[in-house]
Write a protein that binds this ligand. Structure first.
Ligand code: XIL
Length: 316
């Protein structure tokens, strides 16, 4: 059985679309009070580098306390996202030509301060996010360019020291069916283990499309491929976008997609939880990033539910 079924949420100041204030009370009720969700992940302002260390050595946790304290108050499990990532990185990190030593210090200081601030409050940390290319090779991020794969070891080593009780995850997208990229993620798990370091889980972001979602068996194979290595798996950012407008056909495809992936997680022991990357379509990141696509969540703008909601209920 799953430990949790949850949804990511932004603190109000970070919500994607302004002008929906009237919807906030209904949104907040579903998020925090309705019992739909037993877990949350702050989407943006809380934990990402851009917001938590906007200037070197200057840490900001104000925004970051909002979702964290709401989770605590309402009894939701918290996942924390993300410590080392090439995106939404603070400009000062990107603007400098780092020596290896200086960049090591930057990584250690960031993790020590950020993971240290929320020590004991995160069920899990996404320690490294999106380090891989589609072919399984490493992404040429600035971290990789300066330190090679050592930056991954350093991040996990530091996180384990700072918050020994948090589950430490490697998190990435396109890991939901077997591919060279899933092999790359398995390689990262083994590399950390061989170095004597702690890694507890692999996060499958699970940003899928209604028209092209994998099969149940593909999901099961990918998830079991990781649990066989002795790590747990979570679906960390699940959404299934479709080509707008939504219609009966693509909503049925979306329902099947949600049912498949949640069903696969339920069926593989060691797949411990599911997090939607927000549940409410107007607050989804999809339309801003994938033009022409949207309706990726489970609740439409008018708060009626997608057919996929029932697909998930069938899978659970
Ligand atoms: C996205 C947020 O949802 C957006 O609001 C933000 O503008 C960009 O980041 N993979 C991740 C998440 O690990 O952090 C991303 O979240 C979506 C893709």
């Amino acid at each position: 059985g799953l430990k949790y079924f949850g949804s990511a949420t932004d603190s109000p100041g970070q919500r994607e679309r302004a002008g929906l204030e009237a919807a906030y009370s209904q949104y907040d009720y579903i998020m925090w009070k309705s019992g739909e969700f037993g877990q949350t992940t702050p989407t943006n302002g809380e934990k990402k580098w851009l917001f938590t260390e906007p200037e070197q050595g200057v840490f900001n946790f104000t925004e970051g306390e909002i979702v964290t304290s709401l989770a605590k108050k309402n009894g939701l499990i918290l996942r924390c996202h993300a410590l080392v990532w090439h995106s939404q990185l603070a400009p000062w990190v990107e603007a400098t030509n780092w020596t290896a030593d200086a960049l090591r210090e930057v990584i250690v200081s960031h993790i020590t301060n950020v993971a240290g601030h929320w020590k004991g409050q995160c069920y899990a940390w996404d320690v490294v996010n999106e380090a891989l290319n589609e072919d399984g090779t490493y992404r040429e991020s600035l971290f990789y360019q300066v330190l090679g794969e050592e930056y991954i070891k350093l991040a996990f080593e530091t996180a384990a020291k700072v918050d020994p009780h948090a589950k430490l995850y490697y998190n990435d997208y396109n890991l939901e069916k077997p591919s060279p990229k899933t092999e790359g993620a398995a390689r990262i798990v083994k590399m950390l283990r061989d170095a004597g370091l702690k890694i507890d889980g692999v996060g499958l972001q699970a940003h899928l499309t209604a028209e092209g979602h994998p099969t149940l068996d593909q999901h099961i194979d990918a998830i079991a491929g990781f649990t066989k290595l002795g790590v747990e798996v979570a679906l960390t950012e699940l959404d299934i976008r479709l080509q707008l407008p939504a219609n009966e056909t693509n909503l049925a495809q979306q329902k099947e997609g949600y049912k498949n992936i949640v069903g696969a997680c339920v069926q593989v022991e060691g797949c411990i939880g599911v997090t939607l990357w927000d549940f409410y379509d107007p607050f989804s990141w999809v339309p801003a990033v994938f033009p022409g696509e949207g309706a990726a969540g489970l609740w439409f703008e008018d708060f009626s539910k997608h057919p996929a909601y029932d697909g998930i209920v069938e899978a659970l």
